[in-house]
Design a protein around this ligand. Structure first.
Ligand SMILES: [Zn+2]
Length: 271
């Protein structure tokens, strides 16, 4: 997110002022939300959640529904102020990152943010250039790793999972989100054999292929109904799928295939 985008959002947020929605990150009350996302036919045909053009952004801080969902979860699991905890935020969403950095002053939190920096994109100074598949951190360093809409971009998923496991403390947890198809199994552009030493490099998919097959121009995977098995394949992490229940104002464990419209929070716990 470019600082100018945020400046513009703040300057024009008064247009949206109201009491239908309350942003849990910045406290803004809105009568409606701002739009985000792109519509592609595949989003409907493959019943992909967490994608498409929709009104989900806070008009003032530009947090998305998923940033606010992660914060709702963190409010429950972050320990009391006296406990020293460390958080790694991968490809940080600015509104959520601002909240966590604010917390550093109130709680004993060590917060680090990383991204695999790509030319043409803006990154705040406090974001370190690092790769989730090759993290420059010690074993057992983090209590929480947040990676929202990251895993669907990474060719070698297993390497990312191994790094998450290595850098999490025992009983630490990764909070991850990504688009999920409710009607098909996970579709991978790359196969395990593509990552073997001496494997012939596979050509990158075209932009059109990525949009038509995975729903976005830079995705190389579409998670599906078997996502829990895929993420727990290494037997290193326990995986839970949670969704927000509006009736009870709490998180429920869910079955991916039976909750077609819900954004899902995946929790990967180091056992
Ligand atoms: Zn907000």
């Amino acid at each position: 997110m470019h600082p100018l985008e945020l400046w513009w959002a703040r300057a024009t947020s008064w247009i949206y002022r109201g009491d239908k929605y309350l942003c849990n990150l910045c406290g803004f009350g809105a009568r409606r939300l701002r739009r985000r996302g792109h519509n592609h036919p595949v989003i409907v045909s493959k019943q992909i959640s967490g994608a498409g053009r929709r009104r989900v952004d806070c008009p003032k801080c530009l947090s998305s529904d998923r940033d606010r969902l992660i914060w709702e979860y963190l409010k429950i699991v972050l320990p009391t102020p006296n406990n020293q905890i460390s958080i790694l935020h991968v490809a940080p969403e600015i509104p959520l990152s601002n909240k966590l950095q604010e917390l550093q002053h109130q709680k004993s939190i060590t917060y680090q943010a990383i991204d695999l920096k790509t030319s043409g994109y803006h990154y705040p100074k406090w974001v370190q250039d690092a790769d989730l598949t090759d993290l420059p951190f010690n074993n057992n360093q983090f209590d929480f790793i947040i990676a929202s809409h990251v895993l669907e971009h990474i060719p070698n998923l297993q390497k990312a999972i191994l790094e998450i496991h290595r850098t999490l403390k025992p009983r630490g947890q990764a909070i991850v989100m990504f688009p999920v198809s409710r009607c098909q199994a996970t579709d991978e552009y790359y196969q395990t054999s593509d990552f073997l030493e001496n494997a012939k490099p596979k050509p990158s998919p075209t932009r059109k292929e990525k949009i038509d097959r995975f729903g976005q121009h830079d995705h190389i995977r579409l998670f599906g109904t078997d996502v829990i098995e895929i993420l727990s394949e290494t037997n290193l992490l326990e995986v839970f799928a949670l969704a927000w229940n509006n009736q009870t104002d709490s998180f429920d464990s869910i079955d991916i295939e039976k909750q077609p419209q819900t954004d899902v929070l995946f929790i990967l716990k180091k056992v």
